[in-house]
Design a protein around this ligand. Structure first.
Ligand code: SF4
Length: 324
């Protein structure tokens, strides 16, 4: 799916820090470095998986890209235009083109509002459609995501988990976006419902030429869904490559450890469990050198002091590790 054309989305040394306040005058005494120097591209029509343990910064990365969090440094470009510095009003027209599907769509729905009205709100805010035109669009949207006309008048609590996620997807595609950030969008669903929602996402991608950034801790799901995979650890990028490269030939010890922990082994890959030591360090107490050195089974002296370079080791396959 990679092309030589301009990326749909590009980040360059993107950072998102949260200040830690302390002392009598609540001065900034440090930072939680949630996203550090993240640079990557997403091309039109592809699905980029972003994986890592909880707290690795993948959700913050998605939220920062969509302008839901203000970046601390670096840049974000969409269709070749830098957007990270835009005011809320100027960002609005780009936001229509970039949407998000959350893990729990129920949390953002008003329990006393019918689903039809909730979906119509998108058109009230962003279009000049009248009431009957809005209703027509919502009924089409419901059909598009596999729901029925009768669901228009139902309340959120009357839907199952899978149906609620279909509503989340309907809301995300309502304004014909180009990019959808799916943040753990299928993680809370049963395996069979998960498969149906993944199929829906893939069908919509094909029909509307959608581009996905698919954030997940579930490497089994990512393998089925994604063209390329970015592995993050403690807010930084540790490996990036095509799904084939990452799943058949993982290079970074962290990627190897994540893959070896998948309960459903990847066919053709021997299951040699790679064990990480200890717990993930706090992003407020960032390790020197390689961020993974406190848990890495291969760590050497230089790993504790020298930050590994981000290198392309084969076409399209990048890694940050001294030992690769
Ligand atoms: S640079 Fe060193 S500590 Fe970091 S992943 Fe590679 S071997 Fe492990």
């Amino acid at each position: 799916m990679l092309t030589d054309s301009t990326p749909l989305l590009e980040t360059n040394k993107l950072k998102k820090y949260y200040p830690i306040k302390g002392g009598l005058f609540k001065k900034t005494i440090g930072n939680v470095k949630a996203v550090q120097n993240v640079s990557f591209q997403i091309y039109e029509g592809e699905t980029l998986g972003v994986v890592g343990e909880s707290g690795c910064g993948k959700s913050t990365l998605g939220r920062t890209i969509l302008g839901l969090e203000k970046s601390t440094g670096g840049s974000i470009s969409f269709r070749g235009k830098t957007i990270h510095h835009l005011s809320e009003s100027k960002l609005k027209k780009f936001k229509k083109d970039m949407q998000m599907v959350f893990q729990d769509p129920f949390a953002s729905l008003n329990p006393r509002q019918r689903i039809g009205d909730a979906l119509e709100e998108v058109f009230v805010i962003h279009t000049n459609l009248n009431k009957s035109e809005r209703k027509k669009r919502v009924l089409l949207l419901l059909k598009e995501v596999g729901l029925k006309e009768e669901h228009y008048r139902r309340y959120p609590h009357e839907f199952s988990g899978g149906q609620r996620q279909r509503i989340g997807i309907a809301r995300a595609i309502a304004l014909n976006p180009s990019l959808i950030v799916c943040d753990e969008a299928v993680s809370a669903l049963d395996v069979s419902v998960q498969a149906q929602v993944i199929k829906l996402l893939k069908d919509l991608q094909e029909k509307y030429k959608l581009t996905y950034m698919f954030i997940s801790h579930d490497l089994g799901v990512v393998k089925h869904m994604c063209d390329r995979v970015l592995v993050m650890y403690l807010g930084t990028m540790v490996e990036l490559g095509s799904s084939e490269q990452i799943y058949r030939n993982p290079l970074h010890p962290y990627t190897k450890a994540l893959l070896s922990a998948i309960p459903r082994p990847v066919p053709g890959r021997k299951k040699n469990r790679v064990k990480m030591q200890g717990d993930i360090p706090s992003a407020s107490n960032y390790p020197n050198g390689c961020p993974f050195h406190t848990r890495c089974p291969l760590a050497q002296d230089r790993c504790r002091t020298i930050v590994p370079e981000w290198r392309e080791v084969e076409e399209g396959h990048f890694v940050a590790c001294h030992e690769v």
